[in-house]
Design a binder for this molecule. Structure first.
Ligand SMILES: Cc1ncc(C[n+]2csc(CCOP(=O)(O)OP(=O)(O)O)c2C)c(N)n1
Ligand SMILES: [Mg+2]
Length: 579
């Protein structure tokens, strides 16, 4: 995307009332307050010392959370953004501080999360000399940000910060990096500032074209086998209510993408659950057999579609998306609608669409639901992961904010923790970054402090960012950390069992830390649960405990995630489906 930023005429900022010296870094603190930031996740270092000094001296209203690794900071910011809809803000130093953010920035880019990230940089006059802790942040982050800046004049700072928040949060959200050389944060600005942004090349289309809405309405009237596919775009547009009204008004069945979970109530009779590689039989077959597929805010990711040749072969496709680049990218689309999902759904709700004649289709879907439900095994030796999630769902009334890491536990959580409310599901989709889930839970708890946050982790992924356990103690965050411990890189193990003749290359974790002692070493309550019959009592103890808990649940190692679409196969070719 090309965003041409041109400054409007200069204006004078109100000057500080104190007699203190006011640096670029002090100005930054003011700008963060002005942007209504309440939480910043970060980690100091040489190039951001002036910024951290300004933070120390300032009486800014936001809190700064010192994570124990920059990756923890950026994943926490993503969790915060996902559950609040507000931008996540991160500060890191130059060089290793900035490069430690890269996975998280890529994750936010893939999953369209609004972040504003401040990285320190070496002073302007040494940029390009391989100075101590210099890294080419602009170069490195160009392909993984919605936009990025390096500030070379302190008077640009107000404009740049305003633009960054605007770009991160409007249109299709995404991460924006502002790289600030040390001499800029140390500079003593005075007088004239660029405060207003001007982005003629960046005008996201939000209102749907009325003619396209008519085409969608006509297609619904004619459809015999309609399906709505709801993605995270519905959540970003805050359009869950409109989606529900729309689906119910015309009795349209709804399938969700992984990241769209919660955009439609999972327990609604029109919900078919998640579609895709580990989607339900009913959802995948509905997509496969549909004659009208209306995609709202999903990007037809390959984990959803399977082999493109077999994806919804008989469907007319309508696609509502705020990002025109997504429409027609993977799937030929008859009815493109470039718009904000809420505005598009509102426009569709206003049309008096004739009820489609699709009773036979609805009956077929109901029959599939009855005949091919999700299923799982129980064991005397260890806990069933699926039943554990069902019990967690029951114990929390399905109302918790759930964050997951990446692997089998993530897919089981998506299948079994039925979400009825929007903005309660936090998971790494596009990038699938292990290590995401636990720091994301911390960010979510900061964002929604009065709600129950459950962090579902694998035993391996949890170890990628467990240093953040300290934050639970330090900030008294009542996150319930669940480790679904199969002593394995379970998802890797599953693929090796299925596609590599059980050659378990580097996927069995014979040695794991004692997670109870680990929790205790951080001053936290630790629990270990080994048997199915002990699960309910353990969950009761965990949820009744007033504070954070780390619970190690020993689950069946050999359990697999089903249904599954094998790589290269079509969405209808699921394995692990039983009647
Ligand atoms: C950073 C990163 N490295 C590697 C992978 C590949 N990977 C996907 S799932 C998985 C296993 C995860 O194991 P665990 O955290 O124990 O979860 P489980 O699948 O057992 O539930 C691996 C290695 C990844 N997704 N992310
Ligand atoms: Mg595991």
């Amino acid at each position: 995307m090309t965003l041409k930023a041109e400054a409007k005429p200069k204006q004078t900022l109100p000057s500080k009332t104190t007699n203190e010296v006011r640096t670029g870094a002090d100005l930054l603190m003011e700008l963060l307050v002005e942007a209504e930031v309440d939480t910043v996740f970060g980690y100091p270092g040489g190039a951001v010392l002036p910024i951290y000094d300004a933070l120390y001296r300032s009486n800014a209203s936001f809190k700064h959370i010192l994570t124990r690794h920059e990756q923890g900071a950026i994943f926490a910011a993503e969790g915060y953004a996902r559950v609040t809809g507000k931008p996540g803000v991160v500060i890191a130093t130059s060089g290793p501080g900035a490069t430690n953010l890269i996975t998280g920035i890529t994750d936010a880019m893939m999953d369209s999360l609004p972040l504003v990230i401040f990285t320190g940089q070496v002073a302007n006059h040494v940029i390009g000399t391989d100075a101590f802790q210099e890294s080419d942040v602009l170069g490195i982050t160009t392909p993984i940000t919605k936009y990025n800046y390096q500030v070379d004049d302190v008077t640009d700072l107000p404009r740049v910060v305003k633009e960054a928040f605007h770009i991160a949060t409007t249109g299709r959200p995404g991460p924006v990096v502002i790289d600030i050389p040390k001499n800029i944060s140390e500079a003593l600005p005075s007088g004239e500032f660029n405060t207003d942004f001007y982005l003629p090349g960046y005008q996201p289309t939000t209102k749907p074209n009325p003619l396209q809405i008519v085409k969608v309405a006509d297609a619904i009237e004619k459809a015999k086998r309609p399906v709505l596919l709801a993605g995270a775009g519905v959540l970003f547009a805050d359009a869950a209510e409109e989606l529900k009204q729309f689906a119910e008004k015309y009795r349209l069945p709804v399938v969700n993408t992984l990241l769209g979970l919660g955009s439609f109530p999972g327990s609604n009779e029109l919900s078919l659950g998640m579609a895709g590689m580990h989607g339900s039989y009913t959802a995948n077959m509905a997509v496969y057999e549909s004659d009208l597929l209306i995609n709202i805010g999903a990007r037809f990711d390959d984990r959803l579609t399977g082999n493109l040749q077999h994806f919804a072969p008989t469907a007319k496709v309508a696609h509502i998306d705020i990002d025109p680049a997504e429409i027609g990218k993977n799937i030929p689309t008859e009815i493109p609608v470039v718009a904000d999902a809420k505005l598009a759904l509102e426009a569709l709700l206003k049309k008096n669409i004739k009820q489609p004649n699709h009773e036979a289709w609805m009956e077929k879907i109901a029959q599939n639901k009855r005949d091919y439900p999700l299923w799982h095994n129980l064991s005397d030796e260890a806990i069933s992961p699926q039943s554990l999630l069902q019990k967690i769902h029951k114990a929390t009334n399905g109302e918790a904010i759930v964050t997951t890491d990446v692997g089998q536990h993530q897919m089981w959580a998506a299948q079994y923790y039925t979400l009825d409310k929007p903005h309660n599901w936090v998971s790494s989709g596009g990038l699938g970054s292990m290590g995401f889930g636990f720091p994301a839970a911390i960010g979510a708890q900061f964002g929604r402090p009065n709600e129950l946050v459950i962090s579902i982790n694998g035993d391996a992924g949890f170890q990628m960012n467990l240093q953040e356990l300290l934050l639970l103690k330090q900030w008294d965050l009542p996150v319930k950390v669940i480790i679904m411990n199969n002593s394995a890189l379970g998802m890797v193990r599953q693929w090796q069992e299925t596609f590599y003749e059980e050659r378990y290359s580097e996927s069995l974790l014979d040695i794991n830390p004692d997670f109870v002692k680990l929790a205790e070493s951080y001053g936290l309550k630790g629990m270990k649960v080994e048997k199915e019959e002990d699960v309910e009592a353990a969950l009761k103890e965990m949820f009744e405990y007033d504070g954070p808990v780390v619970a190690d649940f020993r689950i069946i190692q050999k359990e697999k995630v089903y249904p599954m679409i094998a790589p290269g196969k079509g969405i209808q070719e699921m394995i692990g489906v039983t009647k």
